[in-house]
Design a protein around this ligand. Structure first.
Ligand code: NAD
Length: 249
């Protein structure tokens, strides 16, 4: 079943990890997709990989600076012009942080907040303007398990994801009247580059706290994004959907 037949989507952080898995499952379900990355080279690589899997996929690659509202607006306009509209905006690009509060540099705190929060605002704003005009749409954000429990280091990361939840719940209330649903997916520990960068000593105890006894795969998370983007979720808005194997840490 093609759950997203005829829909168009833009996915930030779509070159690898969770974002790439979202792009792939959206394409498999009939959507036209614009994937965004921070470097042209990685965007091209992702496009090449997808086209090798299925040359019929309708997918383009973009490289806007997500922290720059004008560049984001231009990217959204490109998607609209190329595909005829924008139905689904997935704000997934993000960076993690592990610094101790005692030596946290304010500029590092700001860097994490800029990408994880400001960029979500920029993309949601640009997408909502187009969606309102076309009669509706779906905005999805990548939150995190740490948005519920916090994290014992790198305070900008959990703080940014608490903010993502706040954006999600508030925008759902503001945009419902324009037929725009807004939800977030809160992944637990998921097997991506972000997690590969963590020391083994940090991963092992994490797995021990997960009732399902394993870390999540990007596809586990992408399937939640598929459900929330589809009409199966037509009455779901303002939700933070945990995909974490019931991890409580
Ligand atoms: P990843 O590092 O594999 O991918 C991150 C993506 O973000 C890449 O596509 C990259 O191009 C993009 N990105 C990074 N910096 C950027 C910038 N400055 N401008 C534009 N794009 C940029 O990470 P991932 O694990 O797939 O993470 C994706 C999302 O999932 C993030 O928001 C992350 O916080 C969230 N998340 C991940 C996990 C996990 O365990 N992997 C858990 C909870 C939440």
């Amino acid at each position: 079943m093609e759950l997203l037949k005829g829909k168009t989507a833009m996915v930030t952080g779509g070159t690898r990890g969770i974002g790439y898995a979202v792009v792939k499952v959206y394409l498999e379900n009939g959507a036209k997709v614009a994937l965004c990355g921070s470097r042209q080279e990685t965007v091209d690589k992702a496009l090449e990989k997808l086209k090798a899997e299925n040359p019929d996929y309708e997918v383009i690659g973009l490289c806007p600076d997500l922290m720059n509202p004008e560049e984001v607006e231009k990217a959204v306009a490109t998607v609209k012009d190329t595909f005829g509209g924008l139905d689904i905006m997935v704000n997934n690009a993000g960076v993690s942080a592990r610094e101790s509060i005692y030596d946290y540099k304010p500029e590092d705190f700001a860097k994490t907040m800029n990408l994880n929060v400001d960029a979500v605002f920029n993309c949601a704003q640009a997408a909502a303007r187009v969606m309102k005009e076309q009669g509706g749409g779906v905005i999805l954000n990548t939150s995190s398990m740490v948005s519920i429990y916090g994290q014992p280091s790198g305070v900008a990361y959990p703080a940014s994801k608490f903010a993502v939840n706040g954006l999600t719940k508030s925008l759902a209330r503001e945009l419902g009247k324009d037929n725009i649903r807004v939800n977030a997916v809160a992944p637990g520990v998921t097997r991506t580059d972000m997690v590969a960068a963590l020391p083994e000593a940090m991963i092992k105890p994490l797995i021990a706290t997960i009732p399902l006894g394993r870390v999540g795969e990007p596809e586990d998370v992408a399937n939640a994004f598929l459900f929330l983007a589809s009409d199966l979720a037509s009455y779901v808005t303002g939700e933070i959907l945990s995909v974490d194997g019931a991890a409580r840490t």
